[in-house]
Ligand binder design. Sequence first.
Ligand code: GLU
Length: 336
Amino acid sequence: LLKKFYNWGLLLKKVSTKKPKIALLATGGTIAGLSKNSNFSYESGVLDIQTLLSCMGELNKVDIYTKQFSNIDSIEIDDKFWLKMLKEIHVLLQADFDAVVITHGTDTMEESAYFLSLCLQSDKSVILVGAMRPYDALSFDGAKNLYSAIVLASHKKTKGVMVVMNDKIFCPRALLKTHSLNVDTFSSLNYGDLGYIVGDQIFFNKIPDHKPAFNLNKAKSLARVDILYAYVNDHNAISARALFQSGTRAIVIGAMGCGNINKNLKQCLKELMKQGLIVVISSRVSMVRVVLSEEDKALGFISSGDLNPQKARILLSLVLSKTKDPKKIQEYFLKY
Ligand code: GLU
């Protein structure tokens, strides 16, 4: 018992009374959107972060620094934006901030979050948050979501990249936008949620290890990768040929079922692979699990595992800076 008290004593001495220092990077999205009295339509990325923050009253348990990084609809995001955002996050976390909260549009939230989770060179936390309803809508969800993100960012156990929406905490790799309008749009694909937030309390189910795979400190751009969606009637593989002709050398297929593509598309891809095309097979089905035949593996097709096309595209784009060998690329897909 004495030993137990002694350990507690040591622990208490280490506990600092300093408030968590959180940097709030605003990028735009519906959370900063205004409908201007319209019943449905609205503009994303209009309000500034100070106005957004003021709707939450005083936050006296944290020190918050805000930066209007951009104010855009997240559909406009590109790799240059991601590289700049990553750099900014690294500067903030090295400058003694405990965590970064990013307000972001929900349309591409899963892509930005997955990109950051692969490239963040820090064990501190980065929390992405957004809203499905604009600031002046009847049921604006952004205030509660932003509050939850700040609570999550202040928590000592939080590390790596997480997303918080509608009281739930998500892992970027598992995150999936499942509804185009409903506030309960995000789900966890294959793994379950990381936790749940009620007011100031967090109930963690699990906290994954953060394993940054790619150091992009010197990167100026990312390799081009395009996505091709498989569909009925594409028997001339028109889109595949058009992409190759326009310069695409790496492609993710949103195949059918567990990775199926029709004979003509497969034949076309085989020909293009001989000319240098790299092909990752994902699936257009929302709960992705790709299973390739031994024959397809031998041909050089790469399985995305359980990554959906938009996330497989990001991983492939990053991996291409390391290798173009399909076998080695496949190993990355098994690991990340
Ligand atoms: N397209 C907008 C965006 O992603 C609206 C989606 C949202 O934020 O919910 O920024």
